[in-house]
Design a protein around this ligand. Structure first.
Ligand SMILES: Nc1ncnc2c1ncn2[C@@H]1O[C@H](COP(=O)(O)OP(=O)(O)OP(=O)(O)O)[C@@H](O)[C@H]1O
Length: 357
């Protein structure tokens, strides 16, 4: 796993060798990551990989069996010792908003501000409602708001006590695709404006990439890679990350030299040197944006599938039974099923994994 690119003194949250689970059985093991001040991190992975379990441990709802969680250099979870959730200065936003139905929007946001005077509380609530653009709905009730508006209220409520860290548990999954995208960008902007760090849990890679500075890809309770979105896409640490993050598939290849692999798409060069022996059999990752249309190319695979998506069309090409791959072209490049199309590989990042079977 790549080392976090921050100095220990910059870390807000440090998760060190964490194992946690239920009934004495650890479901996530040896988890290590660190988040610097103001950064938004993400736990990304398929259903059941342990994302929510880690979040519950961070919030203080689950005792940990191994390792340590520290926030601002203070240990908040160790085996047998745990700072209670309400003392952690951590805010939470849930998938189902969890607003109080009988309280107005203003009272929902002000709920955690009982220690302030009435005037101070009103002032803070107004500030937060302005921040989430809901100032005109202060006197309404949750059922009178759309899902996206309710989630903004939930965010404002979580921000009200000025937490050190916000945990967002699949906060957009009840919303439609467009709203998800917009709200995730809005929430990022709000958090960045306030300089508040957050951990987002999601299984949606686009959401993770749009909103987060660092992402942990999890599988079966283990972190596969903790990295910036660009590296996860272009420099995946293993086959699982390569397949889970972004589109694409593998084609067979044979190593010719440290940065050259022979395949049915020709010799593919990249900016990465491998130390495999010449002749080693590998699988090469081909992303749809690695393939370009080129009238002068001798490589002419056959179109076997075509998915029109408005501005672009996703093609599936076949060279042989073993070598199929996808390509994304602007939709004015219109080819028919069965047509042989001249293409070439244009991949800056040559990603390959040694064939095991
Ligand atoms: N309260 C519980 N008691 C026992 N096992 C649990 C409990 N909650 C979750 N698990 C198990 O722990 C594992 C990880 O679950 P977790 O909810 O953390 O996954 P997740 O990645 O958040 O999944 P999803 O995306 O579906 O919410 C799963 O095998 C799950 O069955």
């Amino acid at each position: 796993m790549p080392e976090p690119k921050v100095q220990p003194s910059d870390w807000l949250l440090n998760v060190n060798n964490l194992s946690v689970g239920y009934g004495g059985e650890a479901v996530v093991k040896n988890i290590n990551f660190a988040l610097s001040h103001g950064d938004i991190g993400c736990l990304l992975g398929p259903s059941g990989c342990g994302k929510s379990t880690i979040l519950r441990a961070l919030a203080g709802f689950l005792p940990i069996s191994q390792g340590e969680i520290s926030l601002q250099s203070q240990a908040i979870s160790q085996p047998g010792r745990s700072v209670p959730p309400e003392k952690r200065k951590i805010g939470m936003v849930f998938q189902d908003y969890a607003l109080f139905p009988h309280l107005s929007i203003a009272d929902n946001v002000g709920f955690g501000l009982k220690s302030l005077s009435k005037r101070e509380r009103q002032q803070k609530v107004t500030e937060l409602l302005n921040l989430v653009h809901l100032q005109d709905l202060a006197d309404n009730f949750p059922h009178e708001l759309s899902g996206g508006q309710q989630q903004r209220v939930a965010l404002a409520r979580a921000l009200a006590p000025e937490p050190t860290l916000i945990l967002l548990d699949e906060p957009f999954s009840n919303l439609d695709t467009d709203l998800r995208r917009r709200l995730s960008l809005d929430v990022r902007e709000i958090l960045k404006t306030l300089g508040i760090s957050a951990i987002l849990v999601t299984h949606d890679q686009q959401e993770a990439f749009a909103m987060c500075d660092q992402v942990a890809v999890l599988r079966d309770g283990h972190i596969q890679q903790w990295d910036v979105p660009f590296n996860l896409y272009h420099e995946p640490a293993n086959r699982f990350v390569a397949s889970f993050v972004g589109q694409g598939g593998f084609i067979p290849g044979k190593v010719l030299g440290p940065d050259a692999i022979e395949s049915e798409l020709g010799v593919i060069h990249g900016n990465r040197a491998y130390n495999w022996k010449e002749g080693t059999l590998v699988d090469i990752l081909i992303r749809p944006d690695d393939i370009v249309h080129d009238e002068n190319s001798d490589l002419k695979p056959k179109v076997v599938e075509k998915t029109f998506a408005g501005t672009s069309t996703l093609y599936r090409f076949r060279c042989s039974e073993d070598t199929e791959f996808e390509a994304l072209f602007r939709s004015h490049l219109d080819f028919n099923l069965g047509e042989q199309v001249p293409v070439r590989v244009e991949a800056d990042h040559l990603i390959a994994f040694e064939r095991t079977a």
